[in-house]
Design a protein around this ligand. Sequence first.
Ligand SMILES: Cc1ncc(COP(=O)(O)O)c(C=O)c1O
Length: 405
Amino acid sequence: MPTVSEAWTARARAVMPWGSSTCSKSPRFPPDEPGVIVKGKGCRVWDADGREFIDFRNALGPITLGYCFPAVNAAIRAQLRNGIVFGHPAPLECEVAEMICEAVPCAEQARFLKTGGEANAACIRIARAVTGREHVIHIGYNGWLNGLAPGARALPGRRAAAAAGVPVALSALHHAVNWNDTETMDRFFSEHTGNIAAVIVAADYPDMAQGKTFYPYLREITTRDGAVLIFDEIVTGFRIALAGAQEYFGVTPDMAVFAKGVANGMPLAVYAGKREIMAACEPGGAVISSTYGGETLSLAAAKATIGVYRTRKVVDHIWTQSMRVWTGLNTLLDARGLPVRLKGLWPCAAFVFAPGAPADLEERFFRAAYRNGVSLYGVSYVTFSHRRRDIDEALERMDRALRRL
Ligand SMILES: Cc1ncc(COP(=O)(O)O)c(C=O)c1O
């Protein structure tokens, strides 16, 4: 007898490729992994069969304060009484742009779109317009729209040899380079000197600490060549620091994108940068425009979210509780001699399986976690709603899970 969740998955697969609009949400390990989630509150989610999970997937990143966070929900409700989107700009659009410019080192101007991939594409368009150049170097996953280079991250953590559905002429202008691979970067810059429009970089989660030298290297090589340096802060923003890697590592790019975390789950993406670069999308320049950019429920949520970050120590909390849960889990894994560890900066730590680990360990590990009420992901996240007792409970559940592995 299939579970209610499994029945939903079967129905969804009949009418949707992947059974989901988001590839990474398509269930990999049913029936242990929930097929559908019907409710989230604080740091917990419930599936259609009523099973409760302490959640570290957090919508794959956007939930930074917690599900149904009262200040954000109240702001959305208040705005809903006045309308969702208008045929003119709303004051909220200006207010949130001001907040971003105040908080983010590279941001002298900011604009809004709905998804991270779309905002990265906007930055690439602007960089090409500003420089009059064509080539783009991608480091890490920059969203489905931008997976154009052969060998690029087609999805977070997955590579495609060729970019299906992308004309060869377009692919030839996009180049995928690995995190911290300065040798390949040097080679591309000497092969395409004066024709690289942009380097767009999303950090590599297990080895993010290498950003200490890699970001200054990227700043230096792009400045020397006149290329635009874009930080994809979609995961790092509102997590390792409010302004992400540029704040944490102290390197200011020319442009940056924030999306997950800006509005605690409401769909909002920010592209921001230096005034003279953003000027390339002023009237008469590159056209970047979407009906929903200034949608006010998401902007109200962003204003409330940034307000909470300003008045409460959200980033400190995320660091402290991430460190507690991931060092605690690493200790449990150590004690059982399992060849898997969490690695990276604690707010964006990633599971790394040792090269010789049994092929089925990943599946057995995630299934055991789900069976014991813990929902994990390759990069697992702690929110402001994961309190000390939730972390203790999650570790107790993981201890039980690992005992039966
Ligand atoms: C680093 C990074 N860049 C870009 C994206 C794409 O963002 P979106 O899914 O909102 O288009 C993601 C999403 O996972 C991401 O992790």
